[in-house]
Design a protein around this ligand. Structure first.
Ligand code: THU
Length: 157
């Protein structure tokens, strides 16, 4: 028996002003996308912004439904749109933000497991690392690839 350990490294920023201009634009797009969220049940407004390799930014927001499982998270709304409309463009980064009552949540918005799995798939499809930027009002976390938020990725099929 051997003890094994997994470590992840990520960057923490105090505010969006600290980000480089490309990351700042993506983070701002995610924050703005929270305004298009349709979340009458949770009142938790999530926005996501995907950066494509040609520089285009695709945004999405969570869309809820009275039949709860029929709704979709912001991240998957954005990624599915991106892959459906620009299937040949790798997704280089995704930024995520959440707000409640019109105020950006102070802690970084952390994606659910299903969205992480979908990110992993599109990272593989694109053949390039997808950066993940989790935006909060008090701090921002930046991961250099999806593997860092989804260790031991399932992609065996
Ligand atoms: N939600 C997202 O949009 N992204 C996530 O990663 C986690 C949760 C949405 C789904 C639902 O509309 C609301 O947040 C509350 O769970």
């Amino acid at each position: 028996m051997t003890n094994k350990e997994l470590k992840i490294a990520y960057l923490e920023y105090e505010s969006m002003e600290e980000l480089n201009s490309q990351d700042k634009s993506l983070a701002e797009a995610a924050v703005n996308a929270t305004q298009t969220s349709y979340a009458p049940y949770s009142n938790f407004n999530v926005g996501a912004a995907v950066l494509l390799e040609d520089g285009e930014i695709i945004t999405g927001s969570n869309q809820e439904n009275a039949a709860y499982p029929s709704g979709l998270c912001a991240e998957r709304t954005a990624m599915f749109y991106a892959s459906a409309h620009k299937p040949d463009k790798a997704m280089l980064a995704i930024a995520i933000a959440a707000s409640q009552n019109g105020i950006l949540c102070p802690d970084p918005a952390t994606p659910c497991g299903s969205c992480r799995q979908v990110m992993a798939q599109y990272q593989t499809k694109g053949g390039r690392p997808m950066e993940v930027i989790l935006v909060g009002g008090n701090k921002i976390w930046k991961f250099s690839k999806v593997d860092d938020i989804l260790p031991l990725i399932f992609d065996s099929l």
